[in-house]
Design a protein around this ligand. Structure first.
Ligand code: NDP
Ligand code: HSE
Length: 437
């Protein structure tokens, strides 16, 4: 049967992995897809490097638009990254009637609505499994496997670089900068690694999962994000003493008045499976009303794991491209006419548990003042830990874990605690999720 011709744009970590796996497993993939899937053209800035990775029989160019405009190409694979060239070439490919596969979460989270609308108009598919959690087929699970469910929440460790850094800092006491450099060397980090450590990358992925879980447009601009760069080693240690692990967690939850969409360093009970997802591994926990909690685990980054998802999309498109466009799986799982207009809730409206750490004079009545303020805000204390002062009259660290509270009440209480004459400096606030199935 006639082969499907793939045009590969970007032959870097993921592009190289895709070429390697397609070559190595080509026969097996063809048996599954029903026809061979072959890279016939590739674009890369460095043509020598591309030649090494894609082999001699692939047409090469340094202009990605040559791929998009080649009438012989059936599917364009965008693995350049960013939202400049990548966006232009994806929109041009769709306009030319070509299907698109991309691993670019930033592009989908920020411009997905525009891209899917054009794809629908042109009757082509845009597939993005590799954009979320690297090699884990979580988009497929959310969009198809869990389609019977009302999704209640999705929580994920979805940035391999941050998880790798937190794990190495905790287990080996390594310095933040050294572990980040190692993550870059291993090809885990984004071209600009601040996207990883400041939570943007995780928020891009969470935005995409939230849209698919709840049938809403992608709305990255409304996501709340906080990264790991300001996380203090002391909090990792105190959290462990209280029986928690800190992870960069993405959480999106359906509430009666809207959707929570947030990424932040979060305490998780140490006994939960997801709290033990370490290194570059990712995990996504999904709570559906019928199935209960299901967890998806695997490598969240790296050349071949991500290629695994890219190629799964190529096979899906190959199988479906002769089907009537109206009967394909919708991009965001829900039929385009059924996308809901639920608001994304501001971070002040979020309801969760909190970890607070404050420094206070070790004097009688201080704890009573602090707990009095919490009580005024309807904030109930779940656990408390006091680290004794070195000498009488010195300062002590007080760690408080709360039951579920509204974030704005927590912020009001923190402002009052910081104003007490008996406390020093800023109160550290981290969110805490029990993630009960
Ligand atoms: P790389 O930087 O390794 O690869 C990108 C490639 O595209 C490079 O070879 C780059 O060349 C080339 N390139 C850049 N601009 C152009 C251009 N204008 N025309 C032609 N080629 C160009 O990135 P990754 O492979 O790591 O990432 C690719 C995408 O996959 C990104 O969207 C990323 O977020 C996503 N992703 C990455 C994962 C990973 O583990 N790395 C996992 C999941 C998703 P040059 O080197 O000269 O800049
Ligand atoms: N930089 C990303 C990560 C790559 O570390 O998870 C995978 O999307």
């Amino acid at each position: 049967m006639k082969a499907i011709n793939v045009g590969l744009c970007g032959v870097g970590t993921v592009g190289g992995g895709t070429a390697t796996v397609l070559k190595r497993n080509g026969n097996e993939i063809a048996r599954r897809a029903g026809r061979p899937i072959v890279i016939t053209m590739a674009a890369n800035r460095d043509l020598d490097r591309a030649r090494e990775l894609v082999g001699d029989d692939v047409l090469l160019t340094d202009n990605a638009m040559d791929v998009v405009n080649n009438p012989d190409i059936d599917i364009v694979v965008e693995l350049i990254g960013g939202t400049t060239v990548a966006k232009d070439l994806v929109l041009a490919a769709i306009a030319n009637g070509k299907h698109v596969v991309t691993a670019n979460k930033k592009l989908i989270a920020e411009y997905g609505n525009e891209i899917f609308a054009l794809a629908q108009e042109k009757g082509v598919m845009v597939a993005f499994e590799a954009a979320v959690a690297g090699g884990i087929p979580v988009i497929k699970a959310l969009r198809e496997g869990l389609t019977a469910n009302q999704i209640e929440w999705v929580a994920g460790i979805i940035n391999g670089t941050s998880n790798f850094i937190l794990t190495e800092m905790r287990d080996k006491g390594s310095a933040f900068a050294d572990v980040l450099a190692e993550a870059q060397r291993l090809g885990y980090a984004e071209a600009d690694p601040t996207f990883d450590i400041e939570g943007h990358d995780a928020a891009h992925k969470l935005t995409i999962m939230s849209a698919i879980a709840f049938g809403i447009p992608v709305q990255f601009d409304k996501a709340y994000l906080e990264g790991i760069s300001k996380l203090d080693a002391a909090d990792i240690k105190y959290a462990a003493e209280l029986g928690y692990r800190i992870k960069l967690l993405g959480m999106t939850r359906r509430r009666p008045n809207g959707i929570e969409l947030r990424v932040s360093p979060t305490l998780i009970p140490a006994g939960r499976l997801i709290a033990n997802v370490d290194g570059v591994m990712n995990a996504v926990l999904v709570k559906g009303d019928a199935v209960g909690a299901t967890m998806y685990y695997g490598p969240g980054a790296g050349a071949e794991p991500t290629a695994s998802s890219v190629i799964a999309d190529l096979v899906d498109i190959t199988r479906l491209h002769t089907a009537d466009p109206e009967h394909r799986v919708p991009h965001l799982a829900f039929q385009p006419s059924q996308i809901a207009n639920l608001p994304i809730l501001p971070i002040d409206e979020v309801e969760t548990c909190y970890y607070l750490r404050l420094t206070a004079k070790d004097l009688p009545g201080v704890l009573a003042d602090v707990t009095g303020i919490l009580a005024e805000g309807q904030i109930s204390v779940d656990a408390m830990l006091q680290k004794p002062a070195a000498a009488a009259g010195g300062t002590a660290e007080i760690i408080i874990v709360t039951h579920i509270a509204i974030e704005k009440n927590i912020n009001i209480a923190i402002a009052k605690i910081e104003n007490l004459a008996s406390t020093h400096g800023k109160v550290v606030k981290l969110r805490l999720e029990h993630l009960n199935g």
